[in-house]
Design a protein. Structure first.
Length: 205
């Protein structure tokens, strides 16, 4: 998993509440188990017309927000069914941080396992950041998210602090997903396997 230290990028405003995982990644795209290639499917029904053309009013289709790395969203983001394809799609689009007043638990956990930082802030703080993201000109509004200092810096230099539990922060800073955490104990795993192979060789036949 890619480390998350400091992220600088355009922040796109999406002031919708209850954006569920079917809106983020519709069910027809759940057939694959690959983590790549799903960026084109993220927010599919919101992004495209029936003929496949882009909807110009959708925020991520607007020129100033194409290539956004940060999403400022409404409350209860990622609610609905459990599908890991939702964070896969967002990540494949290039979004590495979502800022919202609240998140659905399963989506929140899945994001951290895939290298996406979810920042939970009071509604008033999100409203301020949403306004600043919306005020971006044709080049968009660039924010800086610093996980070391746990701060978000807006284009005007104003800083907003956020909190995150120590374990999640450590894992993100060091690029450790569940597999990475397990491999930190590789020596112990190899010792166990060698002992088991000697004592129960039929398991390895």
């Amino acid at each position: 998993m890619q480390k998350f230290t400091v992220l600088k990028g355009i922040a796109a405003p999406m002031p919708l509440v209850n954006v569920d995982t079917d809106m983020i990644m519709p069910k027809q795209f759940l057939k694959t188990i690959k983590r790549t290639g799903l960026g084109k499917a993220a927010f599919f029904d919101m992004r495209y017309n029936d003929d496949g053309s882009e909807k110009p009013d959708f925020v991520l289709n607007k020129p100033q927000y194409r290539g956004a790395k940060i999403l400022v969203a409404g409350a209860n983001f990622g609610c609905g069914s459990s599908r890991e394809h939702a964070p896969w799609g967002i990540l494949d689009m290039g979004i590495r941080c979502v800022i919202a007043p609240s998140f659905a638990d399963i989506f929140y956990n899945n994001c951290f396992k895939n290298g996406i930082l979810c920042v939970t802030l009071p509604q008033a703080d999100v409203d301020v950041l949403m306004k600043k993201a919306s005020a971006g000109n044709t080049a968009g509004a660039e924010f800086t998210v610093d996980l070391e200092s746990k701060t978000i810096t807006a284009p005007d230099g104003a800083t907003t602090a956020f909190d995150l539990d120590a374990t999640r922060r450590h894992n993100m800073l060091n690029g450790l997903d569940d597999i990475g955490l397990t491999l930190q104990h590789l020596d112990k795993i190899k010792t166990f396997e060698a002992k088991q192979k000697a004592e129960q060789p039929w398991l390895y036949a």
